[in-house]
Design a protein around this ligand. Structure first.
Ligand code: PLP
Length: 476
């Protein structure tokens, strides 16, 4: 059972938690304490001076002003907001994990073995032949993957200028292709919400470097014609890029490599339960087939030839580095721990439950779901209502709302992905929050949310003109 908490009202525009510096400051004599030479240090430094309880309360309050997977369901479609099991934090906190990456291979054999095994795990899950762990996010993985495709075409003397992307794709796909120097050819969706084969045939040709696709696609639909899609793109001489954001629907049940994809990224912070949000850190390893392996970034890890052990190496035609050292290493340890704990059966079970949960929830809500059958996520429509208003109202009922107004092929879309971690009662709460918000009076929708620390935030302003420090705030 959930409760309408709308009788709680904010006194001001937003709940105010003072900056630590507003609670008192002290001036520290840095010259006396620092080992650096005088020309490298400032005259004096003013720092906040809270007591330990004040610090603990400050950060606890701040954490409670935000939504978190640790405090409630978080069905943000496409983002796969899984609970992050805490044992992975213990593993990553092992002092032996945080060694300096510049140490020689022989001194970090355990870490190299873990990297090697993770490369193998991921290759196995994706049906790929070789993997780099370096990219720090899904979008960075996309960019790496498309640079690899580009290097492959250039290596073979092919001059190709276009990347084909379905209109329903994630914004990062378009940005990736454009940033890598390609012209984007947008592919309209077919009536059933999937790739339209005729439109695809018309879109690909001698200029096609790659098709970027996720499967299930961004409304959760499995691209049943994936074999034909791969054939059309390959016959035209292009490569198939798999956006791995939706891999959670396929774990242990289907592999992009077997579907004909040549290169893919994994969002480990989605599929493999590493922390996600607030800008990271995540990781976006990239997997490729044998013929693309020589272009992968360096370093990669392999078994030492002849002797027992592991070594880092640079692939022959490597595109270079896309991040420092081995990428977001501690995140990769959590990924490894999660996969090792679940095993083949656990991963396949996660995918099955993710699909079951999405279908159960969709069945329970009053909102219409135009496209199906879907897998791990669905795009409901708010119809005549504003999807963003409904979402804001859902916050008052104690759940995080879905992704809104995307993909655009569903009007007033509410893209919902409960993931496998929610139990039945939590799915029932979600369904109730959906229905109560959807059926609420206009006034309640327009003024929601009432229960959160801040009401409606200037999202464009926050993205375009971020103030990332208290100094920047104070300067204003
Ligand atoms: C999340 C997402 C990405 C980008 O991944 P990040 O790790 O957030 O950079 C790309 N494609 C789709 C479909 C996604 O959902």
């Amino acid at each position: 059972m959930i409760h309408d908490q709308a009788d709680y009202t904010r006194e001001e525009e937003s709940v105010h938690e003072p900056l630590l510096s507003e609670k008192g400051e002290e001036t520290v004599d840095v010259r006396e304490k620092s080992p650096l030479s005088d020309d490298l240090i400032r005259e004096e430094l003013t720092l906040p001076a809270p007591s330990e309880p004040e610090i603990a309360r400050h950060y606890t309050r701040l954490s409670q002003m935000n939504w978190a997977i640790d405090s409630g369901p978080y069905p943000l479609g496409s983002c796969t907001m899984k609970y992050n099991p805490k044992f992975t934090e213990d593993v990553a906190a092992d002092p032996n994990a945080a060694v300096h990456p510049d140490r020689p291979d022989r001194a970090v054999q355990g870490n190299l073995e873990l990297q090697y095994r993770l490369q193998e795990f991921l290759a196995d899950v994706g049906g790929m032949d070789a993997v780099t762990l370096q990219p720090p996010a899904g979008a960075a993985g996309e960019f790496t993957g498309i640079l690899i495709a580009k290097a492959y075409h250039e290596h073979h003397g092919n001059d190709r200028s276009e990347v084909v992307i379905p209109a329903s794709a994630h914004g990062t796909n378009f940005a990736t292709a454009a940033t890598a120097g390609y012209d984007v050819v947008e592919l309209p969706s077919g009536e059933d919400g999937r790739v339209d084969l005729e439109a695809l045939e018309a879109a690909v040709g001698d200029d096609t470097a790659a098709l970027m696709l996720t499967n299930p696609n961004t409304v959760g639909l499995f691209e049943r014609d994936i074999t034909e899609i791969a054939e059309i793109v390959h016959d035209a001489g292009g490569l198939l890029y798999y956006d791995g954001a939706n891999l959670n629907a396929l774990l242990g049940r289907g592999r992009p490599g077997d579907m004909g994809f040549d290169v893919m990224h994994y969002n480990v912070h989605k599929t493999f339960a590493t922390p996600h949000g607030g800008g990271g850190p995540g990781a976006g390893p990239v997997g490729v087939t044998e013929e693309l392996a020589e272009f992968l970034p360096s370093p990669r890890v392999r078994e030492t030839n002849g002797e027992k052990g592991y070594e880092r190496f640079e692939p022959d035609e490597s595109i270079g580095k896309v991040h420092g050292f081995e990428g977001n290493w501690l995140v990769l340890i959590k990924t490894y721990a999660y996969i090792a704990r679940l095993g083949d059966e656990g991963l396949a079970d996660a995918a099955a439950k993710a699909v079951l949960n999405a279908n159960y929830l969709a069945e329970r809500i009053d909102l219409e779901v135009p496209y199906g059958p879907f897998h791990h996520e669905f795009a409901a429509t708010a119809g005549e209502r504003d999807a963003a208003d409904v979402a804001k109202r859902m916050l008052d009922f104690g759940v995080h709302p879905p992704t809104t107004k995307w993909p655009e092929m569903v009007p007033e879309a509410m893209l919902t992905e409960p993931t496998e971690i929610e139990g039945q009662s939590s799915l029932d709460d979600l369904a109730e929050a959906f229905d109560l918000a959807y059926a609420d009076v206009d006034e309640a929708l327009e003024t929601a949310p009432n229960r959160t620390a801040a009401a409606r935030i200037d999202q464009v302003g926050a993205a375009r003109n971020p103030r990332l420090s208290w100094q920047a705030l104070e300067d204003e």
